[in-house]
Design a binder for this molecule. Structure first.
Ligand SMILES: C[S@@+](CC[C@H](N)C(=O)[O-])C[C@H]1O[C@@H](n2cnc3c(N)ncnc32)[C@H](O)[C@@H]1O
Length: 413
């Protein structure tokens, strides 16, 4: 473990920092404080030349790919064949420090084993299918690109493209999952929202996620603070700051990957961070149960109205406990007869002219929510008993159960 970090530090020409790399219990490798660290201390700065992104890779490839596709292609071409190191002359030491495989990641299981996603809560299965579609789109694009640039790519030192398409696709999946689980936001373009504002960053990418509690932050780059594209050709360097509170020697140093529900953490990163039932992060998406309620005569018109006003789908319950405003809005419309004066009242709720459509409409919505909660609880009970305690999928079902229980109890009070 120490060797991996030392090798990266040598390549980066960085002095020994006040952190070390250690194996954690269940989260793989992680960063730990070697000494007590004062608040907001700069831990290390990774030079722009060592960041793997569109700026550092663009000079080495014909244009045509977006950031995820280009970085994935580069990793794929230079995947190390263990125990040997990556043959990449540019980023070899970094690529050699990446995880060797993603065998237990839900996407790998889905692709390789055609794993039955019916064991997952429906919204999780749906999120996994969407992720799979993204992956297939990127693979199709990169496969076409490789075909169009075969001669150029084959001449790169250390690259072998004569291994057959299956082997290439396997390496591409490994590469794509590295980008998906390890890249961070990094300002490289004129606008903040540009989808290619991302990078892989050595050492920083050993940091595990915490949903709450002290975490490290990335210092604002020059480009970000001036809200413009970076001036240096390769972009700005990345400096990692320790948490804003003192860190004890030996404590793990975390990042927060975002305020994600466990559904997202599981599908995108392959783990869950169990949360208390009363946290807003404990969330159930009930679209699979509510959408069929619109499969009736007036449902098509109502669906269109919800789509036009931006309220179709993403209907959630959470543990705080709460029914999302998006779901309340959809249910209110579901219980409004078309052609009645209540339709105007529903529209008035959208623009804040009214709080509710009517008392009767509110109680019909509540009854529907209670029914949805009952279905969620029953299916969670049915499914979780087939799974071992501590299994990530069981945690997902348990979260659904607890949230539905809390929301239903709250309705009755
Ligand atoms: C950016 S990497 C972090 C470093 C990684 N542990 C390693 O060994 O290289 C993200 C991956 O670490 C793991 N991970 C991060 N935070 C975790 C957590 N709180 N619990 C479990 N696994 C976690 C997941 O496998 C995730 O996809």
């Amino acid at each position: 473990m120490a060797d991996v970090l030392q090798c990266l530090l040598n390549w980066l020409e960085l002095p020994a920092p006040s952190i070390q790399l250690r194996e954690t219990g269940s989260a793989g490798r992680g960063l730990f404080a070697l000494t007590a660290i004062p608040p907001a201390t700069a831990l290390f700065t990774i030079p722009a030349r060592a960041l793997l992104n569109t700026r550092s890779l663009a000079p080495h490839y014909p244009p045509a790919l977006n950031a995820v596709q280009l970085i994935s292609l580069h990793l794929c071409l230079y995947r190390p064949i263990y125990p040997s190191h990556s043959l990449d002359p540019l980023f070899g030491p970094y690529i050699s420090s990446l995880p060797r495989e993603f065998d237990s990641h839900p996407l790998t299981r889905h692709v390789n084993l055609a794993a039955d996603s019916s064991e997952l809560p429906p919204s999780v299965a749906n999120a996994l299918l969407c992720m799979h579609a993204r992956y297939i789109h990127d693979w199709d694009t990169v496969r076409g690109y490789v075909g169009n640039n075969l001669r150029f790519l084959s001449q790169k030192p250390g690259v072998r493209l004569d291994r057959g398409e299956d082997a290439l696709q396997e390496d591409f999946l490994w590469a794509w999952l590295n980008v998906n689980t390890r890249s961070v936001y990094h300002r490289l373009h004129k606008t903040r929202s540009h989808p290619d504002n991302l990078t892989l960053c050595p050492i920083l990418d050993f940091a595990n996620h915490t949903a709450s509690g002290p975490c490290m932050t990335i210092r604002l780059t020059d480009a970000e603070s001036s809200n413009a594209r970076p001036i240096p050709r390769l972009g700005d360097p990345v400096t990692l700051l320790s948490p804003s509170t003192p860190t004890d020697s030996g404590a793990e140093l975390f990042l927060t990957y975002g305020a994600h529900a466990n559904r997202t953490l599981f599908v995108e990163y392959g783990f869950v961070a169990p949360c208390a039932a009363d946290e807003a992060r404990a969330e159930v998406d009930v679209q699979d149960l509510v959408q069929p309620m619109f499969d009736r005569d007036d449902g098509g018109i109502k669906k269109k109205m919800l789509q036009d006003s931006g309220y179709w789908g993403d209907w959630t319950l959470d543990g705080s406990p709460a029914v999302s405003y998006r779901l309340i809005t959809a249910l209110r419309l579901l219980h409004v007869p078309l052609g009645s004066p209540d339709l105007q009242r529903w529209q008035d709720t959208l623009i804040g002219l009214r709080d509710i459509v009517s008392e009767a409409n509110e109680s019909a919505c509540e009854k529907t929510v209670v029914g949805v909660c009952s279905t969620v609880r029953q299916r969670a009970l049915d499914r979780r008993r087939f799974l071992l305690k501590g299994d990530a999928v069981r945690v997902l079902w348990e979260e659904e159960y607890c949230v539905a229980l809390r929301v239903a109890e709250n309705m009755h009070n």
